[in-house]
Design a protein around this ligand. Structure first.
Ligand code: SF4
Ligand code: SF4
Length: 278
């Protein structure tokens, strides 16, 4: 069973819910796909057994062979190449804009003028957090996109025999789409605020477009606040769980300690319900 946990925006408690689910599962693998800000380790406290560099192909220009024809720059949809012909005879490459699509290498007509080289853009940390298999992807600061790193992490490490909890990036970007693509269920975490609801609506549209089953977990739920409940009722979406607003959780969060034992029974029930809904 593969369950992605995502949210419309950062700071809604997505990682709290994802790590609680991983702790509650019998045979869990936790994949931290929030590669620009992977925080799961602060709560799960894994022993990292190996660190594996993640590389992508980027162009390297040999200006001795280059004819400065500009075909590579024209082909680059991300404006990562700028060709300056005579008298400068230079090709500038902005690696922070490069998406490693390979188009420039494909169109270059001169053999040896543009070659692709491996560049390290991130890494994978692999280890154990108690019984949980732990993997996190970490994108280097300034890199353009985590999408391919996430795709590689899923392909290389995801273990179908486990209950896999994928901690997604927040929002509705390509990296979120990559994380939730192919999972069995998506848990949408939201806070009961107008901003939380607005972002939740966008995420609901995304998962509906992708045809994925999903449910909502309300974090920092308050008895007198029915904002998300009213929306869910209108849209016929199941609320899987309401994690109460608690000073204990807030204080523990700031120290990297979550009350897993207190909520283990509740999150086991959430997992059971998800199994029924799949
Ligand atoms: S396409 Fe090749 S030859 Fe033309 S400017 Fe780019 S690197 Fe140089
Ligand atoms: S690999 Fe793609 S994104 Fe990168 S410079 Fe070449 S064309 Fe642009």
């Amino acid at each position: 069973m593969k369950i992605a946990v995502t949210s419309g925006k950062g700071g809604t408690g997505k990682t709290t819910i994802a790590t609680m689910l991983a702790k509650a599962a019998e045979n869990a693998q936790y994949l931290d796909c929030d590669a620009e800000e992977p925080n799961g380790k602060f709560f799960l406290k894994p022993e990292i057994e190996k660190t594996i560099p993640y590389t992508e192909l980027v162009p390297k220009i040999n200006e001795d062979r280059c004819t400065f024809c500009e075909k590579c720059a024209d082909a680059c949809a991300y404006k990562a190449l700028v060709v300056m012909g005579k008298p400068l005879n230079k090709v500038m490459f902005f690696d922070e804009l490069c998406h490693s699509c390979g188009a420039c290498a494909y169109v270059c007509p001169v053999e040896g003028a543009l070659v692709e080289i491996e560049q390290e853009v991130g890494l994978f940390n692999v280890g154990k957090a108690g019984n949980i298999d732990f993997v996190e992807g970490v994108l280097n600061i300034g890199e353009a996109s985590a999408t391919r790193l996430i795709a590689t992490m899923k392909k290389r490490f995801m273990n179908d025999k486990k209950t896999v909890i994928l901690d997604s990036p927040p929002g509705t970007s390509c990296s979120v789409v990559e994380t939730i693509d192919g999972v069995d269920f998506v848990v949408l975490v939201s806070e009961p605020t107008p901003f939380g609801l607005s972002d939740l609506r966008l995420t609901v549209e995304l998962v509906r477009d992708m045809g994925l089953p999903f449910g909502i977990v309300i974090n920092k739920a308050e008895k007198e606040n029915s904002l998300i409940d009213d929306y869910a009722k209108k849209e016929n979406i199941e609320i899987l769980y309401r994690l109460e607003f608690s000073r204990q959780i807030a204080e523990g969060y700031s120290k990297g300690i979550l009350p897993f034992d207190k909520y283990a029974g509740d999150f086991k029930k959430v997992l059971k319900r998800i199994e029924e809904l799949i």
